[in-house]
Ligand binder design. Sequence first.
Ligand code: MG
Length: 251
Amino acid sequence: MVFIKSEKEIEGIRKACRISAGALKAAGEAVKPGISTAEIDKIAHDYVIAHGAVPNFLNYNDFPASACISVNEEVIHGIPSKDKILKEGDIVSIDMGAAIDGFHGDNAATFPVGKISDEAMRLIETTRESFYEGMKYVRDGSRLGDVGYHIQKYCEERGYGVVREFTGHGCGKALHEDPSIPNYGRPGKGMRLMKGMTLAIEPMITEGKPDIDILDDCWTIVTLDGKLAAHYEHTILVTEDGYEILTVCDE
Ligand code: MG
């Protein structure tokens, strides 16, 4: 079921999203060679708690942490560990959210660890840019197929792969709501967007082929070819003539 949110609900979602964004920023600023992914998870977790919210990834389908932290060839759903130490040249994707008063936010980004290769930086930047490329097609009355098509086109034209098995989603009254928002699509097709929808749009882009595998921990999604992957996500509000990014941090 796709919810159209009321003004009052949007205010609540905005608050949850601001905390989600502040926590992601704090976690991202902690990224450096020598830190463990468990330490980064704790920073995200503590930020959410300190702001009176709850980490909505924690225990979701039994996920054991507050942030998904995925390194290099890991695409999404990496489990933080005190034994996973970031090193110079790695890239790390942090995906996390917060809930407060029954409202939810969700956001993600990929960060460089120290100095990284030009190729890795280009992947991170293209993934972020593809999100904004897709967003050009978000407004009241536009179609989801156009959003996905333009994300896909932007990435594939630059030689990257678009993960098919995981998608963006509605987000606001729950962490995951309808509709699914693929990062691929056909122009002019798909559901019509309506103002008042709140959506998490999240390109998951690979340096090589888009095929994925899942590790024995039953969570971590990796590229099948072992090449790098990047992720970028905001929760957004569909408006009359465009969108508003809700996962922004004003601190
Ligand atoms: Mg999401």
